[in-house]
Design a protein around this ligand. Sequence first.
Ligand SMILES: [Zn+2]
Length: 470
Amino acid sequence: MRYLTTWLKPTGSRTIVLYLLLAASVVTLAAGDEPPKRRLFITLDAVPFQVAADVMDPALGDEALFQGFKGPTRLVSTFPSSTSAAVPGILGPIGLKRSPGYEARFFDWQERKVRGGGAVSYGRIEFPWRDFFDWGRKGIAGSAIEAVKPVKSGIKRLRNAMDDFVQSDKDEFWIYSAATDIAGHVLSPEAIKEFFHALDEMILDARRASPDRPFDVVVFSDHGMDGGEPLINLFKPAKKALQQSGYRVKKRLEGPRVVVLTPFGLVSNFEAYTEVENKGPVAEILAGVEGVDLCAYELEEGWRVESHRGSATFRQQVRDGELWWSYEPHHGDPLDFLDEVEEMKSAGLVRDGWLPDEAIFEASAEAENPDPFYRVARAFEVVTNPASVICSASRGYMYGAPRTAFMAKVGKGRLRWTHGALNREATLGFLFSDVEDWQAPEAVRFDRAILPFHAPVEREPEAAASDPSR
Ligand SMILES: [Zn+2]
């Protein structure tokens, strides 16, 4: 109903609005006795698709969780596959604004220096996604406590959130849980199963507690989690490689041959910020570091990818309202896509060398690097201060500040699990729901995932990063 009133307001006539509202409620009543359902959205940070698939496996029979729900669907996240990019990537179509950077510590193009990442700046620098949720992350204190016993404290917080939902009179309620991310990093994604068992109970309890106010539920994660063995930090070798090639690594972009790096949390992506003429050489240097899977940067038209697998340019084009891509390797096959191109050719899908976006998504949603063209291209749009060069770590590697605050909190030895990379395990989140008309697809791209459940909302204009030289 809220949408109806919002939509009608511009007509300006209160009488008409009132009349239409009355008419609408008559129609609603006449259509059936059931009141409209409330809708509960739950975002569980960093839960891999496979964990949701395991607990919902129909082969478990009565033991399967979330009976009556459809899915899980693979939610193909942004690149980087991390929260500050992915949550606005998923919720942008319903109005959530972008983050200033890929992480809390980021490069600011206006000031041409590194900013953020401290306890003070946490409140001072706006990351709009943190305030989007009715129940979510209000400060860093909560996550420090959660790091000690992430599953137990996370379940407790989720229970409080569900109680608030039951008592709330909102038609639509949004819950965000960071505890699943911490549990995944510190323990393993398997530890999240306990969380799912508790959530399943909580949803049933909430339904019992509000028999006269029915609701449906949409549960999803923003990206996955990859690892298993102790991860090797790429920060020092990456910095050294740049220095050995004559670049100065600094925190401020000033002077010739300067590259700014922003090591912070331990993740499997990283970025470099530099003058436009340095982007090509810097991408090649970084892609040559052992443990780097690929690096990419924007061209005036298209994008260039450097990898130990080769080098390529790819471009996009909109034809008849449809998105198409071209893939032009200079040598090798950095995006591992030449076999798919051949298959699309034999299937008659390729038009003058252009590949249809939909077919690329279908062909690569479960590939080692899912949906690579769209995700690499959008990596330079998902935040307001985009990288000059963005890199994805190979499996087994990570990148971050050698003594990051996160590790201090964790204190449980070397990190084995993280996300951020382009690869499948880091990328694939999940989505399941019991919304009536929805059928669960095999996979959905991040920026289409929420639209079956929520009307689109135009995003307010944002202060764009504004350095034309990048
Ligand atoms: Zn996340």
